[in-house]
Ligand binder design. Structure first.
Ligand SMILES: Cc1ncc(COP(=O)(O)O)c(C=O)c1O
Length: 398
């Protein structure tokens, strides 16, 4: 076979570099904390790196290696490392490089715990953090007048679905400061839709809890980057600083989920397009934010940057009371945070995922308590629409 294999094939077969001891179709789960050495010389050689091989599952395990190979293929990076959560991945990737006096420029609209990590924890540790709007290049250039060590943003921002032009931002940053690390949270898009490192980013982080796994049954994270940067992230961030190691069983489930990512993402996108188009015409819905709609403020970027429009929609209702009543009236959709699962999930960023933002920070980030976030699942699109329709009708009537 000389032709390059398609990504859907690669996500199912991987590189097949790990030996399967009994030839079972599915690789066994290596449910072990440690690995036996033949003798002390071998133990020493493994610790010094002279000999390849497993030592202890915080440092590596065949179940995690298997899925890491596939995640690196997905993001087209030299290497990938999995973590016990998306936050484990984000905190390991950022704190491995930032120290007292370092400067981090982050987007104003990001996942709430990343926002807390930067605005509270890292700030307390002496990192200088500045939040700007990455869709406004003037603001980014202004923030870059002083030396920055890291910039951080999301491909598709949680919860507003704002899109950042990755190539443009990374070019501006690297022209000014070649060593400044561009870190992109690609959770909402996934590497199937957009590969930030191909567009100039240095490090990609994910909550693998979401689309990558896709079944709402694990919490996981991943960092994808060069071998050089990963040495620091794995050797310091993961091994010593956070110890945020993915369990072998969860690595197995993540690997299973990845195999159907192309199928799922296609259906999520198709369903969400129908739901978003319907929402746009529905009485009582004030604004719809979906990257597949021409009305999306960064539709031009969506066209050039995303292969799939994905399953995430945000929409605004007239006031928070109507939003609350609508969410309390869904029957098929599920009122729950998280996203990227088979089930359609609906939530209220203002009082749930992003409730740590002050009113002022919400305005700065571009949303209010009128916003509802929807993760469109894999049910029949007409059933999802019918449920949202009856829930909104009940909310407006009350
Ligand atoms: C964009 C984004 N990044 C990171 C995270 C954190 O991931 P986890 O919950 O797996 O720690 C989330 C969680 O919702 C998220 O939406």
């Amino acid at each position: 076979m000389s032709k390059e294999l398609a990504i859907s094939t690669k996500l199912i077969h991987g590189k097949r570099e790990i030996e399967n001891p009994f030839g079972s179709l599915q690789m066994p789960i290596f449910q072990t904390s440690t690995f036996k050495f033949d003798n002390t010389a071998q133990g020493a050689a493994r610790f010094s790196g002279e000999e390849c091989g497993y030592i202890y599952s915080r440092i590596g395990n065949p179940s995690t290696t298997l899925v890491e190979e596939r995640l690196a293929i997905l993001e087209n990076t030299e290497t990938a490392t999995v973590f016990a959560s998306g936050m484990g991945a984000i905190s390991s990737a950022t704190t491995s490089f930032l120290k007292k006096g370092s400067r981090l420029i982050a987007d104003k609209t990001i996942y709430s715990c990343s926002f807390d990590l930067f605005s509270k924890m890292l700030t307390e540790f002496g990192v200088k953090v500045e939040f700007v709007d990455f869709t406004d290049l003037k603001q980014v250039r202004r923030a870059l007048r002083r030396k920055a060590d890291m910039v951080y943003f999301e491909t598709m921002a949680n919860p507003t679905m704002k899109l950042v032009d990755i190539e443009k931002i990374c070019t501006i940053v690297h022209e000014k400061y070649p060593d400044c690390l561009c870190v992109v949270d690609n959770t909402f898009a996934t590497g199937l839709s957009c590969k930030p490192c191909d567009l100039g980013a240095d490090i990609v982080v994910h909550s693998a809890t979401k689309y990558l796994n896709g079944h709402g049954d694990i919490i996981a994270g991943v960092v994808c980057t060069s071998t050089e940067l990963m040495t620091q992230i794995k050797g310091m961030g993961l091994k010593a600083l956070t110890g945020s190691v993915l369990a072998p069983m969860d690595a197995f489930l993540l690997n299973r989920g990845l195999k159907t990512l192309p199928l799922r993402l296609e259906k999520h996108s198709e369903n969400a397009m129908k739901v978003a188009a319907w929402l746009e015409t529905r009485d009582g819905v004030e604004e719809v934010y979906y990257v597949g709609l021409k009305s999306h403020p960064q539709y031009r970027i969506a066209k050039k940057q995303l292969a799939y429009t994905g399953g995430m929609i945000a929409f605004e209702l007239e006031n928070p009371q109507i939003a609350e009543r609508m969410m309390n009236n869904v029957k098929l959709c599920i009122l729950a945070v998280s996203l990227g699962d088979c089930e359609t999930l609906i939530e209220h960023p203002g009082s749930m995922t992003h409730s740590n933002f002050s009113e002022e920070e919400m305005i700065e980030a571009g949303f209010s308590k009128n916003l509802v976030r929807l993760s469109v699942g894999l049910e029949d699109a007409d059933d999802i629409i019918a449920d949202l329709d009856q829930a909104l009708e009940a909310a407006l009537k009350a």
